[in-house]
Design a protein. Structure first.
Length: 301
């Protein structure tokens, strides 16, 4: 038994060759709770079966991500540890793909990444797509933008609106992408740019953005009518809040101007900085919207 095989348990499942692989992992930044909500939506709306279940004792820091127990009056009756697993997913139309979802490994990144590459080779995966969502000073009044990395040039040219040269905090999926590029396996990393003042909210627009990104890179479609309706309602409520406060409206207007100038190729660097190269301040906007968001949870308001 190889070292990598000790990282996961395998089930006896027949997997058709040539399916796309989608990776949705939590543990890094997940603005708008986009990735975790999209992953839950996919699993709730499709048929799926586990192919591999990774070993928590090898990969998980339990004290950083403590498992959940159910306590009933005098005793513990349930134990729900975090899970990292590879599943075969079948949607309502019979389309299939592989989904690696759950937590980002805390330990043994290189071994776990090699295991993912082993799965890609074993199942003759056609393409690999991973998605993250990060906070950026962009307005909620414009469509979600994305930056795409990897080696699928057609996607990068068509959809990646921000192409910086910089150093970024490393994640497990970055390592997987790097290793796939080294061997020439098709891979796309999609990072959604979420309004930073909505990054801590459950933002349905961001969840739809994750699903749309998967559709764009794989052709797989998902039923998302309810999510889209929730997103429209959410944006109406935010617009109402902004309209009632001139300071907020000015900040959003400034973000809109920078965004539109950038998209029209009239600014030399980035839509996310002002003329002095500094991030725009939106503290007042964030504070006001945080108060607004706190009033939303579990109420009819």
């Amino acid at each position: 038994m190889s070292t990598n095989q000790r990282l996961y348990r395998e089930t006896e499942t027949s997997v058709p060759p040539g399916l796309p692989l989608v990776i949705l992992l939590t543990g890094f930044i997940d603005s708008g709770r986009a990735v975790v909500t999209a992953s839950r939506h996919i699993l709730d709306s499709t048929k799926h079966e586990r192919i591999w279940t990774f070993d928590n004792d090898e990969l998980l820091d339990y004290r950083a991500r403590r498992p959940t127990f159910t306590f009933e009056q005098t005793r513990l009756t349930g134990y729900r540890p975090p899970e990292l697993s590879l599943r075969l997913v079948t949607d309502e139309l019979g389309s299939q793909f592989l989904l690696l979802s759950g937590y980002e490994p805390d330990y043994r990144w290189e071994g776990a990444a090699e295991a993912v590459l082993q799965a890609i080779e074993r199942y003759a995966v056609s393409t690999t797509t991973w998605v993250h969502a990060i906070p950026m000073p962009v307005p909620h009044t414009r469509p979600l933008a994305m930056t795409i990395s990897g080696n699928r040039r057609e996607l990068i040219d068509a959809y990646s609106v921000w192409k910086p040269t910089t150093e970024v905090p490393g994640t497990f999926v970055h390592l997987v992408e790097y290793m796939l590029c080294e061997i020439g396996s098709p891979v796309a990393g999609v990072v959604l740019l979420i309004p930073h003042y909505l990054a801590d909210a459950d933002y349905p627009v961001a969840t739809v953005g994750v699903l749309d990104a998967i559709t764009t890179t794989t052709g797989i479609t998902f039923r998302s009518d309810a999510l889209r309706e929730s997103g429209r309602d959410f944006l109406v409520e935010v617009a109402t809040q902004v309209a009632e406060n001139d300071e907020l409206a000015n900040v959003v207007g400034s973000l809109e101007k920078r965004h539109d100038n950038f998209m029209a190729d009239t600014t030399p660097t980035s839509p996310f900085v002002d003329d002095d190269g500094k991030m725009p301040s939106a503290d007042s906007l964030a504070a006001e919207l945080e108060r607004f968001l706190r009033t939303r949870g579990g109420t009819d308001n």
